[in-house]
Write a protein that binds this ligand. Structure first.
Ligand SMILES: [Zn+2]
Ligand SMILES: [Zn+2]
Length: 958
């Protein structure tokens, strides 16, 4: 179908049948006047998914070898899986923008780029979501029973669980949707079970005591997420504990006197001089009569209460930790309903609050109650029923992270430390950006406790362990057993706990690539994609998730051979080579976003208003390692204007290509796709823009290689808006002559450079603004693009700034034009008026005089006269290279001019002082690179010269 007879753009790319037909692509004749992000974005987002553009087939070893020989690599990145219950927030948007920029960039560089998406089953969050649904129906999960409830959660997930990934699709994330996983998929569940069984067989999983949050009403353990913390006015009671073998008392302070029945010690700070004489002494526990020791522990705060605290490991998480450190027993004095149990002696059967009252009365009667003070305590309440949560000792499952199984060279934690710590040669298997997170990570990993992996939930991977009624032993198995492995009894029942969600997500870097392989082998995906290249994530899940992936990845991959069957090198057992920890997105006033403050910005709303590209660009332009982002809508509005500016540039270019065609000048599109090529004889602006885009491309590549997104984005922005639109496009208009007497070769050459540069700039911008650039790139090719997407073309690499004088010459020209424009403004020259100027060049500045027509056009100059001396009293602008004067009759305002020159003088003096200060600083001179010092010297000389000129001009004014 010929161009122009149908509106190809409105039909949309999703109707594409084959990539070779032209009707499915944007035709440049049809570009509407204004850019409408909503329709354009939706169309391409759907196209990228339906065309399966970002799917990656597992390359075989030969293909990988060939790729590397050609200087490319594999770039693999895992999406931190959002919760199935999730809705997209600004943190996701930032995280995904950064990952998408890097993935698109690496893909365009010629790497095999795989970005792998999925969702997390999010145990507690999802279970609560469904329980709330049930509550609305007046039912509980217990009413349904475990099996029916879990089925109900699956149903919920089928209906709503894809929402967040649908949002990602609309935002154009270039992930491989064919590899999408869910952490409860059959395949991943089998792998999770295998991991558990192996760790159990290696003796690294055990059951032990642990303090959990317990709701006495719901009679279940609840996670920290389900506890609402409140401040409440309470009391602080002092209780006097008699010291055995003396008439002294040790007075403790407590907010929960009833738990004293379970005390096993009293702790003081080791440096607290009030109590040093009591170290090692025994106390008589009032009301109970048990002998308990005085212990010293650094956790005790000397300035709280009396500086002596009772230790009740079964009823307080901190006390539990003290108990563990001092290897003390724990005595539980309450049952699961919050009533005192038999251990509470005379108080057994009483509710915890009734017991408190009775304990206080009895202490009072015995003269052992000291002062009572008002005290504000933080209490935890069950988020479902509002009952005060009771810390409760329970049996949980753990991974022994510091234990070396027999025959193993290292524990899980030791491997996880080695993965991040520099080895003897200074090499690190995993590198963090910003680097300071390495220290934070290592400190945590060095002091790590065993990992509690069990949760009292119904939704999740149920622990594959069976308890035997007969012999009380445990059977852990890959297949559901029918009898006890120890005594053969059939009276076995499966553990009711499920695994911590972080256990399965910690395994993702291996499970998504097909782990576990058959013994002694690897999988094709592990061979190709493991270790992944990079992890982009937030600080909040550094310990929950990043650390666990390193622990489990290093542990399990040490048993998976390398591709050639040899033992895998340690640096290839890590889950990722690099970790980039991104910052927080705050509001425009740098406040943390929170629902209570009402300052939460919904990315979906902002995207609807300004377009995805503008929001992405806002985030990218502020994303520098280690710096939080103050998100301002005004900025996004600015980047929407940027998109419009590029759109208008495209319209201008396409219109001229069309005019040229009508004049019999056809531009060869076959030359597009690389860097713009110009020969030495080309006009200055053509040589300049070609040099500029090359050095800009080099800068962008260098910045992205170090995650300096802000720098990369800002360089592209300056290039497109300033260099390309404001300067180059304005000058190139001079060369576009379609008249009968025109130099057709010159017009064709100018148009070719224009189109080449624009096409190249679109590719440069593409990872940041994928939608706009996709639309315009197809339009450049008028529906006959050489690839299905700009995302599949090559990224401009460029070369660092080459000093052949072109950029210097052009800069001088720019300076002259800016000076003349400023003079015109000073003199009040009418905008349209064309005026002569006089110029005195310090040296024979060829660039100025060889490009008169550029100055004439951009500064509305009729005639540029070269003079050897400026007339006395002339109103002029000076630079170290030239003085320029606008010849204009209008009388200048002497007072205003004097003020301007005086201000200029002050500025110059400051500049000079600063340069002199630096040049006089020996420490600076010793450290600064020679070209910096050289630049400063030149600046100093130039400033002196300008000061002379300005002084002279001031004198001339009289
Ligand atoms: Zn409750
Ligand atoms: Zn048994």
């Amino acid at each position: 179908m010929p161009h122009g007879t149908t509106n190809a753009m409105e039909r949309g790319p999703e109707t594409a049948e084959s990539p070779g037909t032209s009707e499915n692509r944007g035709s440049r004749r049809e570009l509407p006047k204004a850019y409408d992000p909503a329709t354009v974005e939706e169309r391409w987002a759907a196209y990228w998914v339906s065309e399966r553009l970002f799917e990656v087939k597992t390359p075989d070893p030969e293909a990988v070898e060939k790729l590397r020989r050609e200087g490319h690599d594999l770039f693999t990145i895992l999406l931190p899986p959002p919760n199935v219950t999730g809705r997209l927030h600004m943190g996701h948007m930032l995280n995904q923008t950064e990952m998408d920029i890097l993935t698109r960039w690496r893909r365009m560089l010629g790497d095999i780029a795989l970005w792998l998406p999925g969702t997390d089953h999010a145990g507690i969050a999802t279970q609560m979501m469904v329980e709330r649904q049930l509550a609305a129906e007046g039912r509980t999960r217990q009413d349904l029973g475990r099996e029916a409830f879990v089925e109900r959660v699956w149903e919920w997930r089928r209906h709503y669980g894809g929402a967040i990934l649908d949002q990602m699709k609309r935002l154009g994330a270039s992930v491989d949707w064919s590899r999408e996983y869910f952490t409860m998929d059959d395949r991943l569940s089998v792998a999770v079970r295998e991991a558990f069984v192996r760790l159990y067989e290696q003796g690294l999983i055990y059951r032990g005591a642990y303090i959990v949050n317990w709701c006495p009403r719901c009679q279940t353990a609840i996670s920290d997420l389900e506890v609402t913390h409140e401040e409440q006015q309470g009391k602080l009671w002092e209780i006097r504990y008699p010291v055995i073998g003396s008439d002294e008392f040790l007075t403790v302070a407590t907010t929960r006197p009833e738990t004293m029945l379970g005390d096993i010690a009293v702790a003081v700070h080791p440096l607290d001089e009030r109590y040093t004489h009591l170290a090692g002494r025994m106390l008589r526990l009032p009301l109970v009569g048990r002998e308990i020791p005085v212990i010293a522990d650094e956790w005790v705060k000397s300035d709280f209460g009396t500086g002596a605290v009772k230790v009740t490991p079964a009823h307080d998480a901190n006390d539990f930790a003290i108990g563990q450190r001092h290897k003390l027993a724990a005595i539980s004095v309450m049952d699961e309903t919050g009533r005192m149990n038999a251990e509470a002696g005379a108080y057994a059967g009483l509710d915890r609050y009734a017991a408190r009252k009775k304990v206080l009365e009895d202490l009072e009667a015995q003269g052992l109650l000291g002062q009572v003070r008002e005290h504000v305590n933080a209490i935890g309440k069950c988020s479902r029923c509002g009952t005060v949560v009771e810390p409760r000792l329970s049996t949980q499952w753990f991974i022994a992270v510091n234990k070396r199984p027999e025959g193993a060279k290292a524990s899980i934690a030791e491997l996880a430390i080695a993965a991040v710590k520099a080895d003897a040669a200074g090499d690190k298997a995993i590198r963090f950006t910003p680097e300071n997170y390495e220290k934070i990570y290592l400190e945590w990993m060095t002091n790590i406790y065993d990992w509690c992996i069990s949760r009292q939930l119904w939704w999740g991977h149920r622990i594959p362990a069976w308890h035997c009624e007969a012999c009380k032993q445990i059977t852990v198995a890959r297949q559901d057993p029918t009898q006890c492995a120890h005594c053969g009894s059939a009276e076995i029942s499966q553990e009711t706990d499920v695994l911590d969600t972080w256990f399965s997500s910690g395994l993702l870097p291996v499970t998504v690539f097909g782990w576990p392989p058959p013994a002694g082998q690897s999988t094709a995906d592990l061979n190709a994609f493991y270790p992944t290249s990079l992890l982009v994530t937030g600080f909040d899940i550094l310990f929950f998730w990043v650390a666990r992936m390193i622990m489990l990845g290093c542990w399990f991959m040490q048993d998976v051979p390398a591709e050639d069957g040899s033992k895998r090198a340690f640096e290839d057992t890590v889950p990722f080579r690099e970790v980039y920890i991104h910052a927080l997105v705050r509001d425009a006033d740098r406040q943390k976003m929170s629902k209570t403050k009402g300052n939460v910005i919904d990315p979906v709303e902002i995207v609807e208003k300004y377009g995805t590209d503008a929001v992405r660009f806002t985030l990218a332009s502020m994303a520098s390692p280690g710096t939080d982002i103050a998100f301002s809508e005004a900025r996004t509005e600015g980047y929407r204007a940027f998109a419009n500016k590029i759109w208008n540039a495209a319209r201008f270019i396409f219109m001229n290509v069309e005019r040229a065609r009508e004049a019999g000048i056809e531009v060869d599109r076959g030359v597009l796709g690389g860097m713009p090529a110009v020969n030495d004889g080309a006009p200055l602006e053509a040589r300049w823009i070609a040099a500029r885009i090359s050095s800009v491309a080099a800068e962008v590549n260098a910045a992205l290689a170090e995650y300096r997104f802000h720098e990369a984005a800002n360089v592209v922005y300056q290039f497109f808006w300033g260099d390309f639109c404001d300067w180059y496009l304005e000058i190139v208009k001079l060369r576009l002559d379609f008249g009968d007497s025109a130099d057709k070769a010159a017009t064709r050459a100018a148009l070719t450079t224009l189109l080449q540069t624009f096409e190249c700039a679109l590719r440069l911008l593409s990872p940041f603004m994928p939608f706009l650039t996709e639309e315009l790139w197809h339009a450049v090719y008028e529906g006959e693009a050489p690839a299905k997407s700009i995302a599949l073309t090559r990224y401009p690499v460029g070369a660092a700034h080459s000093d052949d004088g072109v950029e210097t010459d052009f800069a001088l020209l720019q300076e002259l034009i800016v000076s003349v424009r400023a003079l015109r403004k000073d003199l009040g020259v009418e905008e349209k008026a064309v005026v002569p100027v006089r110029i005195r060049a310090v040296q024979d500045e060829v660039a100025l005089f060889a490009n008169l027509e550029i100055v004439q056009r951009l500064a509305r100059v009729s005639d540029l006269q070269k003079v050897d001396a400026m007339p006395e009293g002339a109103h002029l602008r000076s630079t170290p290279q030239f003085d320029v004067q606008v010849v204009y009759e209008k009388q200048i305002d002497v007072a205003a001019e004097r003020e301007r020159l005086s201000k200029e003088m002050v500025k110059l003096e400051k500049g000079l002082a600063s340069a002199e200060r630096q040049l006089g600083n020996a420490a600076f001179l010793a450290k600064a690179p020679p070209h910096v010092v050289e630049g400063l010297r030149r600046q100093e000389a130039d400033t002196r010269l300008l000061m002379d000129k300005t002084r002279k001009a001031l004198e001339d004014l009289g």
